[in-house]
Design a protein around this ligand. Structure first.
Ligand code: NAI
Length: 332
């Protein structure tokens, strides 16, 4: 059997981690034959809760899980780590200003970036889920200069899955029949869910989503708004934020990173921009990517019309402003 893969989950006592850990542990992400060591990080006041999670993980008696470490020390968690799900972040509390929230998260992702830089494997693959996910991932990468920038990503897969599910439901097809939906930009309400390049399989025939939906007005308005505001709609209904679907999306993202995308299909991930599609270099921006041999590359050459251009630029502008504010905090 292979050596255990060392997998870090931060925010391990929280609600996303509660779903995520079970899926990771039973092999949904790294495969049914890959033994695992789970490295669980949370803050000191949550250690008792985390201990409860460890007890439950033990009680699942999953053969793939060879060892579980629960800690409040990032250097212990990241030691020789192969993959990391960065779920823990400072939540916005009542009366908290955006600037204070950003400051708190800069502090967290700086410390965790430094720890990863010092003790993780250089090949570690990192997905940032904790919000603001794009900017947190950028900050983490800044403080881990010995780890390639391509190893830092942030999650927009939940938005992609939401968009895919909306289209499938609209057309009365199964989720698996809808492919190549794109999320551009920020994991926030300025994100641009784009189906101009997406396809759907209807009765064995592949057609573009705009051809199948035949309702440009819906695709340009209601569809985009529904996806952008889906997180808020879940909170309103459940009185808690999306956890099961966020965990599933994090698994999808990491699974595809390790096992690759199928054929010509692509998925969306926040990655450090190389300037593709006119987006400022260095921004952590969600793009369509193909993955081969655990290496992602941005899908090139897609036609961008005026409508898309404006939406892509608007979400980039929000990210630029947020990153600049975060970088100012780094210097402060
Ligand atoms: P939660 O509040 O249930 O859990 C967060 C956990 O992170 C807590 O146990 C907390 O103690 C821990 N934490 C805080 N600071 C930490 C630090 N410095 N090191 C390690 N752990 C730390 O929140 P939930 O629902 O699990 O969400 C986690 C994050 O994911 C939030 O920031 C949320 O906004 C974000 N999120 C992102 C999504 C995306 O699509 N990118 C979707 C849904 C949620």
């Amino acid at each position: 059997m292979a050596e255990p893969l060392k997998v870090v989950v931060t925010g391990a006592a929280g609600q996303i981690a509660y779903s995520l850990l079970f899926s990771v542990a039973k092999g949904d992400v790294f495969g049914p034959d890959q033994p695992l060591e789970l490295l669980l990080l949370d803050i000191t006041p949550m250690m008792e809760v985390l201990n409860g999670v460890v007890m439950e993980l033990m009680d699942c008696a999953i053969p793939l899980v060879k060892n579980i470490v629960a800690t409040d020390d990032p250097k212990v968690a990241f030691k020789d780590a192969d993959a990391a799900f960065m779920v823990g972040a400072m939540p916005r509390k009542e009366g908290m200003e955006r600037k204070d929230l950003l400051k708190a998260n800069v502090r967290i992702f700086k410390a965790q970036g430094q720890a990863a830089d010092q003790v993780a494997k250089k090949s570690i693959k990192i997905i940032v889920v904790g919000n603001p996910a794009n900017t947190n991932a950028c900050i983490m990468s800044k403080y881990a200069p010995s780890i390639p920038k391509a190893n830092f990503t942030c999650m927009t897969r939940l938005d992609q899955n939401r968009a895919q599910a909306q289209i499938a439901s609209k057309l009365g097809v199964s989720n698996g029949d809808v492919t190549n939906v794109i999320i551009w930009g920020n994991h926030s309400s300025t994100q641009f869910p784009d189906v101009a390049h997406a396809s759907v399989n209807i009765n064995g025939k592949k057609v573009t989503v705009p051809e199948a939906v035949k309702n440009d007005n819906y695709l340009k308005n209601e569809f985009i708004k529904t996806v952008q505001q889906r997180g808020a709609a879940v909170i309103k209904a459940r009185k808690l934020s999306s956890a099961m679907s966020a965990a599933k999306a994090a698994c999808d993202h990491m699974h595809d990173w390790f096992f690759g995308t199928k054929g010509n299909d692509f998925v969306s991930m926040g990655v450090i921009s190389d300037g593709s599609y006119g987006i400022r270099e260095g921004l952590m921006y969600s793009y369509p990517v193909r993955i081969k041999n655990k290496t992602w590359s941005i899908v090139q050459g897609l036609d961008i019309n005026q409508f898309a251009r404006e939406k892509m630029d608007a979400t980039a502008a929000e990210l630029t402003e947020e990153l600049e504010a975060a970088l100012a905090e780094c210097e402060a």
